[in-house]
Ligand binder design. Structure first.
Ligand code: AMP
Ligand code: GLY
Length: 424
């Protein structure tokens, strides 16, 4: 089969790397890809959000299957468009993708299906929103309802902060129409975890658990980022928690989507707070997580094409996935200044030396070629991922690999996986 992977970050590099290893696959294309992806797939210069050009390319090149990485094309309806043209594509259709595209839709679905989530109110009037925040009291969480590239969430310790957040989202409109309404919700406490599952409209198949590190600096300090590192499995997700999430979150979403007339097919990502009362949903994403996918796929021993095709055919119940028992840790190396302003074009060296350690894979995110030099080309640059016999060993190997890589201004956290190590 010829497979097209849409996107060009670390998640897509991991997907391309894994898909290219399938005996069912003869060739992988990636749009737009990055310098690392271009070593394992043919990179096509089409942006991930340019659905019309992607469709044209898939038709002209006889693509047998398209796998979508990022949320933007899914929410824009890329799956509906490909299917209308008779093309095979992995991901939810537009209506179902609202689970990520609209936090209001997602919260209403959770409420109607009895899925555990923070108490909330949806408000589209600025002064009503401020009044509600005032009455509820701090700490309180303010969220822009629409897509905001993971940046539309404000966890506010005081009412003043909450009022400021409401102004930024609804008055200054820094996220545009994503701020037409806000979700104001109860602040939950606990440890976060990500559960990703294949869903084929009826059956669900959970992947191994993982934990992201969203803040920029050690000790979960600093601003939120796209994710500074991840590990799998997450010890906070015990077997009992996993079964609770399947029963109380994933299955109800599949059934509720069916009731809403939009069967869910693809990867469903539940961002969870594991509270003292049990798991509670912070958000849904309708795609693989980034960087969670990097350590998860590093541990997947079986062919990823089997569950992907089974989701499309509705035969997920017949699939099994084999895992490497060893934990994996992914450390993101970012450009100095990220998630704020940063420079591009810094030369990157040492990737081969890092991978020579063994059980290490360096996934590229923001990289490009300048002549024959590998250079930085984005905020998150690399996802240095390692397996180890224990989570501590995986961490040690990942950081040893990081130590062999160099680019000017490189910034990374030094405490990825520490929470899991403390638990162990
Ligand atoms: P989200 O994009 O909705 O996952 O939110 C981004 C981050 O904000 C989450 O990873 C949490 O750290 C935090 N967050 C979101 N909602 C809540 C909540 N209700 N209580 C506490 N923290 C939250
Ligand atoms: N790692 C968070 C996300 O993919 O949204």
């Amino acid at each position: 089969m010829k497979v097209l992977v849409v996107g060009g970050g670390g998640r897509e590099h991991a997907l391309v790397w894994k898909i290219a290893r399938s005996p069912l696959v003869s060739k992988v294309y990636s749009a737009p890809g990055n310098a690392g992806i271009a070593e394992e797939a043919e990179a096509i210069d089409i942006a991930a959000g340019d659905v019309a050009s992607l469709l044209g390319f898939a038709k002209d090149s006889g693509i047998d299957l398209t796998v979508v990485g990022p949320e933007v094309p899914l929410v824009a309806g890329i799956v509906d468009k490909f299917q209308e043209e008779g093309l095979k594509i992995f991901g939810p259709r537009q209506h179902a993708a609202n689970l990520e595209g609209s936090k209001a839709y997602s919260k209403m679905l959770m409420k109607s299906a009895g899925i555990p989530t923070a108490r909330f109110k949806i408000l589209s009037d600025l002064s009503a929103a401020k009044d509600y925040a005032e009455v509820t009291g701090a700490p309180i969480v303010i969220k822009a309802s629409g897509l905001a590239a993971g940046k539309g969430v404000y966890v506010c310790k005081t009412i003043e902060e909450a009022h400021e957040a409401i102004d930024v989202v609804m008055k200054e409109r820094i996220f545009g129409t994503a701020g037409d309404s806000v979700i104001i919700e109860e602040c939950l406490t606990g440890e976060e975890a990500s559960i990703l599952a294949f869903v084929d409209g009826h059956a669900i198949f959970s992947l191994e658990s993982s934990q992201d590190h969203k803040r920029a600096f050690d000790g979960d300090k600093g601003p939120n980022t796209g994710g500074m590192g991840a590990y799998s499995p997450a010890p906070v997700v015990t077997d009992r928690v996993m079964r609770q999430v399947e029963r109380d979150v994933l299955v109800p979403v599949a059934y509720a989507s069916n009731r809403n007339g939009c069967p869910y097919r693809g990867i469903l990502y539940a961002g969870l707070m594991i509270t003292e009362e049990g798991p509670s949903v912070l958000e849904f994403n309708v795609r693989f997580g980034d960087p969670e996918t990097q350590p998860i796929l590093m541990r997947m021993k079986s062919d990823i094409m089997e569950p992907i095709l089974a989701v499309i055919d509705g035969s997920l119940a017949d699939v099994a996935i084999e895992w490497d028992e060893r934990p994996a840790v992914c450390v993101v190396m970012a450009s100095g200044g990220y998630p704020g302003k940063y420079e591009k074009g810094k030369e990157i060296t040492g990737i081969e030396e890092a991978e020579a350690l063994g059980d290490v894979k360096v996934f590229h995110a923001g990289t490009a070629l300048a002549g024959d030099k590998l250079v930085t080309n984005g905020g998150r640059v690399l996802g240095v991922t390692a397996l180890g016999d224990t989570i501590a060993a995986a961490k040690e190997r990942a950081y040893e690999a990081v130590g062999r890589i160099h680019f000017d201004g490189a910034h990374f956290r030094s405490d990825i996986a520490d929470r899991a190590i403390r638990r162990a």
